[in-house]
Design a protein around this ligand. Structure first.
Ligand code: CO8
Length: 266
């Protein structure tokens, strides 16, 4: 395991094909300051993350109390409209970048995932939450609206009516991890003290599967939001055919028939 010592607000640990990024501002409940954004941008897209050899990125918050309690309100207070637009676009580029990254992203959520924290988690491929996690979009209580995709991604996850309830009622309608799971906002929920073990289980599943197959599935699912069904099915068939041109599927199917574990390479 190696740790990147370069960052002020993040802890970045590499462990073979797994990279763990911890937002490390526990005193501020890991609120997203401009420096957090800058450093996240650098880690994810500036070369720190070795895209060729990393297969899973785990995003988490420091301490037990919060994943991320939102954008840093003190840093936002004096933004001009132009600066606010730039801030929102910056966050949106980051969240969009997570969705298009050729690596599976997992948000490990304990405690608060509010505002920009909920939006950051929703940009990840999988959200694994503790039962007592608290998801919410309290921007309206600040006289704001979400700016990092909350009005767009939340509705895609939980449907219009729950999304409207959360977005319009703000602090008055947050979801526990359990409820977030029931409503489809998170992928898995477990007792708080089992969260680390569950994330390890997910990582093990991801590492046991074909890397190219996983990357293709992620891309096809992500692209499905921007396609009609016919175009999406056609893209799926093309990719399915492509599987048969490479070694990965041969190895996967042969290993099954030979009753052994497959040996996939990146
Ligand atoms: N920003 C800055 N500081 C924060 C934030 C935050 N989002 N959340 C918590 N903190 C700080 C508190 O100010 C406090 O600092 P201090 O000890 O110096 O007073 C410390 O963290 C601990 O917080 P609390 O004492 O408040 O802890 P509690 O357990 O009493 O309450 C809560 C926890 C309920 C999470 C509470 O802290 C809270 O309501 N936080 C704000 C949550 C919120 O409103 N989040 C949404 C922010 S807006 C947003 O994310 C919009 C994103 C899109 C922006 C688009 C760009 C324009």
């Amino acid at each position: 395991m190696s740790t990147e010592p370069l960052y002020k607000t993040l802890i970045v640990e590499h462990d073979g094909p797994v990279c763990r990024v911890t937002i490390n501002r526990p005193e501020q409940l890991n609120a997203l300051s401009p420096l957090v954004f800058e450093e996240l941008q650098e880690v994810l897209f500036g070369g720190t993350l070795e895209v060729e050899s990393t297969r899973v990125l785990v995003l988490q918050g420091s301490g037990q109390k919060a994943f991320v309690a939102g954008a840093d309100i003190s840093a936002m207070q004096n933004l001009s409209p132009d600066e606010a637009r730039a801030f929102a676009r910056h966050g949106q580029l980051l969240t969009k970048g997570l969705e298009t990254l050729n690596i599976v992203t997992v948000a490990k959520v304990q405690g608060y995932a509010l505002g920009g924290g909920c939006e950051l988690a929703m940009a990840c491929d999988l959200i694994i939450a503790g039962r007592s996690a608290k998801f919410g979009q309290p921007e309206v209580n600040l006289g704001l609206i979400p700016g990092f995709g909350g009005t767009q991604r939340l509705v895609r996850r939980v449907g219009m009516h729950v999304a409207l309830d959360m977005l319009l009622c703000g602090r008055g309608r947050s979801l526990s991890g359990t409820e977030a799971h029931q409503l489809g906002l998170v992928s898995r929920v477990v007792d708080d003290d089992k969260l680390d073990a569950e994330v390890q289980k997910v990582i093990a599943s991801l590492l046991a599967a074909g890397p190219q197959a996983i990357a293709d599935c992620k891309r096809l699912v992500r692209d499905s939001y921007n396609m009609n069904l016919d175009a999406g099915l056609s893209a799926e068939a093309t990719n399915f055919a492509h599987c048969f041109a490479g070694e990965e599927a041969q190895e996967g199917m042969t290993a099954f028939l030979e009753k052994r574990a497959p040996e996939f390479t990146l």
